[in-house]
Design a protein around this ligand. Structure first.
Ligand SMILES: *Cc1c(COP(=O)(O)O)cnc(C)c1O
Length: 237
């Protein structure tokens, strides 16, 4: 795995996809999904130009923070988060992508409030209604956004989705367009255009060109950067 080569290849692809969609390539952040990677690999990725890392698991986040592995980059939380673990995440990451329930939203706000800070968050939307995945339904998204505006400890920065694994290019484009539209509707109809929503976190190794075409501002890429991961058990923060 040549990290520099992979990063350069993905950045060139982002630029091409963005230009084809009439978008500024600079408006798309490449987030390195670092699950299962060692602190040394994370450091190598940052040395090679990665500016944002995304962690899935509280345990790995905590270990890498203790190692100072993210020095020189931002770290975000992108994985399933249990309410009893918010204290390990709130205030330690720049952005939580995976607010998947009202209960979690309230817990994150309460913890941030306790620490005297405001946590930037995204609402995770389960677009395909997959039982195996967390997230708000598209119908639940507007009231959840309205709730964010009332809770003192959170600032809603946008939306995130993890659609089904794409079998072919183009397959997930409708999901990404759907998430974009939900964000537009929330901005106009729920938040009266008074909002800090400027992030659409969508696109992974298998489908990011379609996500960029549909307006993604943050693609979360793991295996296309670091190579295939050893299989891991699902869930568990
Ligand atoms: C693992 C993961 C990614 C990256 O997946 P790849 O297919 O390896 O690019 C992105 N987002 C989330 C939430 C993940 O868990």
């Amino acid at each position: 795995m040549d990290l520099r080569e992979n990063i350069a290849g993905i950045r060139a692809g982002i630029a091409a996809a963005a230009r084809a969609a009439g978008r500024d390539p600079e408006s798309v952040t490449l987030l390195a999904a670092t699950k299962t990677q060692s602190s040394d690999t994370i450091r190598a990725a940052i040395a090679a130009g990665v500016t944002v890392c995304g962690e899935n698991r509280v345990q790995e986040l905590t270990a890498h923070l203790a190692d100072n592995a993210y020095a020189g980059a931002e770290v975000h939380f992108i994985g399933h988060l249990q309410t009893n673990k918010v204290k390990y995440v709130v205030g330690k990451v720049a952005l939580i992508h995976s607010i998947s329930s009202e209960k979690l939203l309230r817990a994150v706000s309460a913890q941030a409030d306790k620490l005297g800070l405001v946590q930037d968050v995204l609402l995770e939307i389960n677009l395909a209604g997959e039982a195996s995945k967390s997230g708000f339904t598209p119908e639940e998204a507007p009231p959840a956004a309205a709730l964010c505006a009332q809770l003192p400890g959170v600032r809603l920065r946008g939306l995130m989705c993890i659609p089904p694994a794409a079998g072919a290019p183009g397959e997930n484009l409708p999901y990404f367009q759907n998430l974009h539209q939900i964000a537009v509707d929330i901005t106009r109809e729920i938040l009266d255009n008074k909002t800090d929503m400027d992030v659409l976190s969508m696109g992974m190794s298998g489908d990011w060109p379609d996500a960029v075409a549909a307006g993604s501002t943050c693609i979360r890429v793991g295996s296309a950067l670091f190579g295939p991961r050893p299989p891991m058990s699902p869930g568990k923060g």
